[in-house]
Write a protein that binds this ligand. Sequence first.
Ligand code: NAG
Ligand code: NAG
Length: 227
Amino acid sequence: MMRAFDLALFVGLASLGFCAGDLARQDAFITYSEVSRMKNERNIATVAAVSLVSTYGQIRLRLRRDWAPQACEAIAAMAAGPLRACNGCSLYRHEPVPQNWGVSGFNGPPYALLQGGMPGMTNKVKMENPKMLPVLWGTAAFIADTSDFFIGTADHREWGGAFTVFAEVLPEDMAAVVSRIPVEPYRNSTDTFNITTRWLIQPIPFTLESLRLDEIPTAAPLHEASS
Ligand SMILES: *[C@@H]1O[C@H](CO)[C@@H](O)[C@H](O)[C@H]1NC(C)=O
Ligand SMILES: *[C@@H]1O[C@H](CO)[C@@H](O)[C@H](O)[C@H]1NC(C)=O
């Protein structure tokens, strides 16, 4: 079952041709010099959170280096350097939380997540989840060996530790921004496992911004580092 779900996330990506990847990489090179002039680059070690900035507002991801140090390093480096312009980056999948989520083992469809991609990311994020943390409401995870990630809008214990859980979304941003991102119009895609996923017809572009500890509200961590 797990494998099927895992694949569903990948297959959807591939079948809809979400890979403006090559084009985005080219754009990234073209804009490199312009962007690097905009703002001084920041020391990656001081990046405590990465913000996904779109017309809907900021979704701030508090990095959990204790959960997935390499994934945090990779996104912090991107947000702190010239690639933060994030050409081609978008939120392209937002599946609502269905009624009866979790009742009698019902876990979708729809699948209760907000997913996006960063095609200009130079190093894809490897699978990294030694603690086998599940994706929970308000946590963000990379899909192994891609530069695509998703935020749980419900608890996803059904997927076990299959994803690289690397950050917590600030609860105020879950409420004020994530919940405002439209879930439609969308199109369905049904894969060979008969799993139907939803893809936004108009992906929402975002750029990245790095934040230091003193630039984010102090709050108790949402989730303890345990499953
Ligand atoms: C997507 O599939 C679901 C379930 O089969 C269906 O209820 C819904 O109307 C479909 N939506 C679109 C936009 O095709
Ligand atoms: C595929 O899933 C739909 C809805 O979940 C179901 O109605 C249909 O019977 C399934 N088809 C196959 C071939 O399993």
